[in-house]
Design a protein. Structure first.
Length: 150
């Protein structure tokens, strides 16, 4: 577990350094819950289905992760290629394949992050579904990735 924690800390540092070099991201102001982002950052969060669908519906407002995030504001939501457990779909009266996968399905704002005994809670707000899911230009990564080429 310690190796995994160290991996995420190093990954987060490398990601932030990379994002700061990207002039589009660097020009974006840090957003707080009191001043929601008006533009979407060129940054995508990978989430399994049906969680991505729940976020788009506004029924899932907390994303549980093993690492914290300092990122705030509107980001893209990517429905990953790996589905969640079948029981999650059953609770929504759905089946794997009913929701889009391997595409950007919308945007959502990250407004806060809090530490808990079991990890971190990323607080999400104001989801906005794309009219039609969009394939990312760049290869998706397990947590964060830059979806579109400049």
């Amino acid at each position: 577990m310690r190796q995994k924690s160290a991996y995420f800390k190093n990954f987060a540092k490398r990601l932030m350094a990379s994002l700061q070099k990207n002039s589009q991201f660097a020009s974006q102001p840090i957003q707080t819950p009191q001043s929601p982002a008006t533009e979407t950052q060129n940054l995508a969060l990978s989430v399994r289905q049906p969680y991505a669908e729940q976020i788009m519906r506004g029924t899932k407002t907390i994303e549980y992760r093993s690492a914290p995030t300092d990122i705030r504001g509107r980001i893209y939501l990517y429905a990953s290629s790996t589905p969640g457990h079948f029981s999650l779909f059953q609770k929504m009266n759905a089946e794997p394949g009913d929701f889009p996968m391997r595409v950007i399905v919308g945007t959502v704002e990250i407004i806060s992050c809090k530490s808990t005994a079991k990890g971190y809670e990323w607080y999400l707000a104001r989801p906005a579904r794309l009219e039609k899911p969009v394939k990312a230009d760049n290869a998706p990564q397990p947590i964060w990735f830059i979806p579109f080429k400049d």
